[in-house]
Design a protein around this ligand. Structure first.
Ligand SMILES: Cc1ncc(COP(=O)(O)O)c(C=O)c1O
Length: 401
């Protein structure tokens, strides 16, 4: 009998973290590897946010805070929801945790009973199915292929809802595809949801600020106020504010749910670091113009990567609306042979070949629930991206029928 808990049998370690760690290991060992697996901006945290943290430390902001964060941070989050999403919240409707991921964890732990179903459109961010599994939840995966622009249709949503459905998890812009739902597309989904009063909606808006070509971001509670009483709107500092390592995520939602999540956190994480909270207050209340400046660079990189990948034999790469990922298809490469004589049968075979033959580290689509694809994070230096795409082109040309 194993000493470890049975519940771990259903959970796998985050595959994206595994790929990133592997690439970093190879680079440390002196291999020429370009890592395109990491889901974090390569930009540094803006200087004024770092300065705010230094000042906070000098001012003795080094002690415990309230479980749900400092009141000043809660107010900054309330201000953010009003400014960016036209959503009104009070302090007892705001949850603060150590990043977006723990917000999901707290929400699922606070609500899921064994057998509850969680609708997750695929491709999905790797943690969505695994977190509910900790609590006996049943992920209900809805396939959203490239032909549907990786988006769920109202018909698919309607068909996936059962009396056991507890949550729908919606992520726009999406990791791993970068696809984002327009207001009209969200409205089509909320028209279904208003009719199913037992279904709660978890929106992961962490890539809200990373949108291109004039795309207008909207979120469920904003589009359909009748769903506000059963929607948890999640967001955080990690992506748009370039603060992945600071560990601050938050959510706005109904007070009884927030209270339950706070109870969970009071017996686990306690709260996120006081210094990170102080920095986040300044980040949310201070100048926001660096976001648009970063997006100019991200958009250039997106266009470069999409164009270069579409020139590679056997790869088809759609242009996404947001985030910093592309999710190309390798349908055209399945069944081909590597110069070493290995057959490419799956997207995992392809990414292994890419790493071994050309030293490019990416994540296979199967990890996100849709094959045959792979994910590239283009949040890395433009010269490296260009080099990586050339290597991918070379690797694809070297495959034979
Ligand atoms: C869609 C999505 N949600 C949540 C997170 C987690 O963010 P955090 O680092 O704030 O926990 C990520 C990180 O990759 C993500 O891609």
């Amino acid at each position: 009998m194993s000493f470890l808990a049975d519940r771990l049998n259903a959970i796998k370690p985050s595959p994206t973290m595994a790929v990133t760690t592997k690439a970093m290991e190879l680079i440390r060992e002196g291999h020429d590897v370009i890592g395109l697996g990491a889901g974090e901006p390569d930009f540094d945290t803006p200087a004024h946010i770092i300065e705010a943290a230094k000042q906070a430390l000098d001012n003795g902001i080094t002690r415990y805070t309230a479980v749900n964060g400092m009141p000043e941070l809660q107010d900054a989050i309330i201000g953010k929801f009003k400014r960016d999403n036209d959503l009104d919240f009070t302090r007892d409707e705001i949850h603060v945790s150590c990043g977006g991921k723990p917000v999901i964890f707290n929400a699922m732990m606070a609500t899921i009973n064994s057998g509850d179903e969680i609708i997750i459109p695929a491709p999905y961010w790797v943690s969505y199915p695994d977190i509910p599994l900790f609590f006996g939840g049943v992920p209900v995966i809805v396939d959203c292929p490239a032909e549907a622009n990786f988006k769920m249709t109202p018909e698919q949503l309607e068909a996936a809802i059962t009396p056991k459905t507890k949550w729908l998890i919606l992520n726009s812009p999406s990791n791993p595809t970068g696809a984002a739902y327009s207001r009209t597309e969200i409205k089509a989904l909320t028209d279904v949801l208003v009719r199913h009063e037992h279904v709660w909606i978890f929106t992961d808006d962490i890539y809200e600020h990373l949108i291109y070509d004039g795309f207008e971001f909207t979120t469920v509670a904003q589009v359909e106020p009748r769903l506000r009483s059963r929607t948890l709107t999640m967001n955080g500092m990690s992506k748009g504010y370039c603060m992945t390592g600071w560990r601050v995520g938050f959510a706005g939602g109904p007070a009884p749910l927030i209270k339950a999540m706070t109870t969970v956190q009071s017996q686990s994480l306690t709260h996120t670091a006081a210094v990170s909270q102080a920095a986040s207050i300044v980040a949310l209340n201070g100048p926001q113009d660096f976001i648009a400046a970063n997006n100019v660079v991200f958009k250039e990189r997106r266009d470069l990567v999409v164009s270069m990948l579409n020139q590679a034999t056997g790869i088809e790469c759609p242009t996404p609306e947001g985030a910093f990922y592309v999710f190309p298809s390798i349908k055209g490469l399945i069944g081909k042979k590597t110069p070493a004589g290995k057959s490419i049968q799956t997207d995992e075979d392809f990414v292994t070949y890419l790493l071994e033959a050309e030293g490019v580290s990416v994540v296979h689509g199967e990890a996100f629930g849709l094959s045959p694809h792979f994910r590239i994070s283009y949040a890395t230096a433009t010269e490296l991206l260009e080099d990586a795409c050339q290597r991918i082109q070379r690797a694809c040309s070297a495959l034979k029928d």
